[in-house]
Design a binder for this molecule. Structure first.
Ligand code: EAX
Length: 324
C-alpha cells in the first residue's frame, strides 16, 4: 500500500515536473529595461502572460543576463531560449537583413511598416527560416544617432580617426569605415565602460538606447544623423517554434503584432521627449549635414548590391515603397 502510494506520487511528481518545463516560455533581450526594446519586451511579456493565463509562464530576462545577442541566437537554435529580440546582428545570420544597414534608406515609420509587410515578413523571414530562425515580428530599436567625446559631427570628415563602437555587424563597420571613422565592434553591455575609459571615443544608437544605458553621462556630443533605422526582431528558434502548441504560437504572433504598434507609437514619442533629456544632461546637440553623409554613402550601397543575392532588387523595392 505504502509502496503503491509512493510509486504514484513519484509518478505524478515527475509528470508535474515535465509539465512545468514544457509550459515555460523563456524570453531574453540584450538591452536595458529602460530602453525602448526593454519597455517593448516588458509590454509584450505582460500581454502574452495575460493572454496565455496560468498554464504557461513567460520568463523574461533583460540586460544580456542570458547572453549578448550573438549568444542569444545560439541559444534560440539550441532551444534553451524560446524567444529573443535580435537587432543589427541579424545581418550576420543572413546578409539581406543588411538592407537596414543602408544609410538613409528608411524615410519614416510609415515607410518602415510598408517595408516590413512587403519585404521583411516575406523575403527576409524566408532567409531567416533557412538559417534556423523564425521571425515573429519587427519591433523598434529606433533611428540611430552618433555620440562622442571629442567634437560635434557635421560631415563624415569630422569622424576622421574617431574610434566609434558599432554592434558586431560587418555592415555597420563598413558604413563607419566608409565615412572615415575607426569602427570598433563590441557587445552593447560593454559600451558604457568602453566610453568611460576611452577605449572608444563614441558610439551610435537610438536615443532610447543611449538613455537606457546612460551614455549621456560619459559623452559630450550628440549628433543627430538618423543614419539608419534599426529594427529589433522578435525571433524564435525554428525547431523550438515548431514544437510549441499551435494555440501558443498564435498567441505569441498576435500579441507580438499588437506590440509592434505599441512600440512604433512609443518610439515616436521618445524621439521627441528624450532630446530634452539629453540637453538637460549637458550634451551639445547638432544636426549632421545629411547631404554630405548621403553622398559619402554610395560605397555601402555598392557593396550591398554586389554581395547580397538580389541585393539591388531589394533596394529598388524598398525605395519604391517610400513613394506611396
Ligand atoms: O541592445 O548593440 C546595439 O547597439 C544595439 O542597438 C542593441 O540592440 C542594443
Amino acid at each position: 500500500m505504502f509502496k503503491k502510494l509512493l510509486g504514484l506520487s513519484a509518478l505524478s511528481l515527475s509528470l508535474a515536473a515535465t509539465q512545468v518545463q514544457a509550459d515555460k516560455i523563456v524570453f531574453a533581450i540584450g538591452g536595458t529595461p529602460q530602453s525602448l526594446q526593454g519597455q517593448t519586451a516588458q509590454e509584450f511579456t505582460r500581454r502574452l502572460q495575460e493572454r496565455l493565463g496560468d498554464e504557461h509562464q513567460v520568463e523574461y530576462y533583460d540586460s544580456g543576463q542570458l547572453g549578448d545577442e550573438r549568444q542569444l541566437i545560439q541559444k534560440l537554435r539550441l532551444g534553451t531560449v524560446d524567444l529573443a529580440a535580435i537587432s543589427s546582428i541579424m545581418s550576420s545570420v543572413s546578409p539581406d537583413f543588411a538592407l537596414f544597414d543602408l544609410p538613409f534608406l528608411v524615410k519614416d515609420r510609415a515607410h518602415l511598416k510598408r517595408i516590413d509587410q512587403d519585404i521583411v515578413m516575406t523575403d527576409l523571414a524566408e532567409s531567416a527560416d533557412a538559417k534556423g530562425l523564425h521571425l515573429v515580428s519587427t519591433w523598434e530599436n529606433g533611428f540611430r544617432h552618433i555620440t562622442n567625446s571629442e567634437r560635434p559631427i557635421n560631415t563624415p570628415q569630422d569622424l576622421d580617426g574617431l574610434k566609434i563602437r558599432t554592434p558586431q555587424s560587418e555592415w555597420r563597420t563598413l558604413m563607419f569605415r566608409t565615412w572615415g571613422a575607426n569602427p570598433t565592434p563590441m557587445a552593447f553591455s560593454e559600451v558604457f565602460v568602453g566610453l568611460q575609459t576611452g577605449v572608444v571615443d563614441g558610439q551610435e544608437n537610438p536615443l532610447s538606447n543611449i538613455d537606457g544605458a546612460k551614455f549621456q553621462e560619459v559623452q559630450d556630443y550628440l549628433s543627430l544623423s538618423n543614419h539608419v533605422y534599426s529594427p529589433i526582431w522578435l525571433t524564435a528558434g525554428k525547431s523550438g517554434w515548431e514544437k510549441l502548441p499551435e494555440d501558443v504560437r498564435t498567441a505569441i504572433s498576435e500579441v507580438a503584432a499588437e506590440t509592434q504598434d505599441w512600440a512604433l507609437a512609443k518610439g515616436t514619442e521618445l524621439d521627441d521627449s528624450l532630446l530634452s533629456t539629453m540637453r538637460e544632461a549637458g550634451m551639445e546637440i547638432n544636426q549632421v549635414d545629411r547631404n554630405a553623409f548621403v553622398e559619402a554613402s554610395n560605397p555601402v550601397y555598392q557593396s550591398f548590391s554586389e554581395k547580397v543575392p538580389d541585393g539591388q532588387a531589394l533596394v529598388d523595392r524598398a525605395m519604391a515603397l517610400a513613394e506611396e
